[in-house]
Design a protein around this ligand. Sequence first.
Ligand SMILES: C[S@@+](CC[C@H](N)C(=O)[O-])C[C@H]1O[C@@H](n2cnc3c(N)ncnc32)[C@H](O)[C@@H]1O
Length: 385
Amino acid sequence: MPRRKETRPSSARHEPRQEPRQESGRRAFAWRERGADTPGGKPTAPARQRQEREPERETPLFPLPELSAGELPGWMREGAFTGYLAALGFLPELMAELDFEGPAGAGHLVYGDLVFAKRERPAAWAQNIWRQARLLPAPSIGQAAKALHAMQRNWWPHPVRLARRAALVAEKLPKVSARPQVFGEPAPCAPLGSFTLWDETALIAAVDCASPYPDGQVCFVEDHVSAPSRAYLKLWEALTLLGALPKRGELCLDLGSCPGGWTWVLASLGASVFSVDRAPIEASIAAMPGVEYCQGSGFGLDPRTAGGPGARVDWLCSDMACYPARLYELVTRWLEADACRNFVCTLKCQGETDFATIAAFAAIPGSRVLHLAHNKHELTWALIR
Ligand SMILES: C[S@@+](CC[C@H](N)C(=O)[O-])C[C@H]1O[C@@H](n2cnc3c(N)ncnc32)[C@H](O)[C@@H]1O
């Protein structure tokens, strides 16, 4: 499938009412509502983080469907369905993963960067999954807000069309906290629903979404001083979403560690880190207590001996720039030797996305493959035991 970038409103975390956020959201809708105002407000820190991450704006993959709510397929009008929100820029990957072709088919319909489908299944390229989504009548802004509020408290708008109207609906709903995530604190547990307006008579809403963050976008209170690269945000996000942190004294391998962001995260948690890269890591990171750096290839380690005599490694973390198939061989060796408990690995999809290897990773029992908000053309595979 040809790769074309689609765009996404840069929805900042949990505060539909805050003006700057709506401004940045409006800017992001340029392709949807051509001629929309240029943003005037100063973006919030989370909004700024999203703007920095946003790829070049290009035309949407498919034109928006010219269907009234009454003309939507029966499976959308008559019951619950699933909404998959594509990871920013990766709608083609999501479509391929879901095995859908074209803007609409017997069981799917693409609406901007959302894919609505009859069935629900895991989808790594979805930034958020709207479970049990429903089409609801919304003949006025007030009635839309009332219908949503009757279902639950917290809602995040994901406007595809009618961005201004969606913002007005959000304004009538209870304010949702905008606090960025502090690393080490658990992910929010309050349910956060998502909605989008279909037209001026109907909306699509899901009470139950896979991610507790708005549009699946996690924004952290960043460390601009100690971290040697922004790659640390990937590990922060993975550990937060997985709800697991390496403990003080646990043995972690960090493969592909240069310049040292992941090693910095692990050592800051008090873990013992064996940090491996073909390139040197920053001297300040190599000097952190508990860090041992070795210049070499992560593929050269022998799982049977890497943890020391008879000892298991607690965490194998890999952010190595390598083909997913090669990483799969490495992970399989470690699993077969029962040499490590937990894994967090970046699957770098260089060039064509290797769907077969991603599926092989996903099939490893108890593991997950996800696209982090801080991932680019890559996924994160994790096994936590
Ligand atoms: C994206 S960078 C890692 C960033 C790092 N996680 C951080 O937080 O700073 C990818 C790294 O993989 C390393 N790499 C590529 N192949 C490798 C191999 N076979 N063994 C070890 N490191 C490798 C590269 O040298 C590069 O530093």
